[in-house]
Design a protein around this ligand. Structure first.
Ligand SMILES: [Zn+2]
Length: 52
């Protein structure tokens, strides 16, 4: 899965867990966000604005 903010591939752990988060956009689509973008945009509404 790619990060919806920076478009980088989101790394996964050996258990195939995403190193980041998955949030739903305004249309209810699931979007992946990498951990560094998650840190940059701690507020979820701020994060949603950054997603294309
Ligand atoms: Zn990112």
């Amino acid at each position: 899965m790619k990060c919806a903010v920076c478009n980088q591939r989101i790394e996964t752990t050996f258990l195939n867990k995403l190193l980041g988060t998955v949030i739903k956009d305004s249309k209810g689509k699931k979007k992946g966000v990498c951990s560094s973008c998650q840190k940059k945009h701690a507020d979820k509404n701020d994060l949603l604005k950054k997603i294309k």
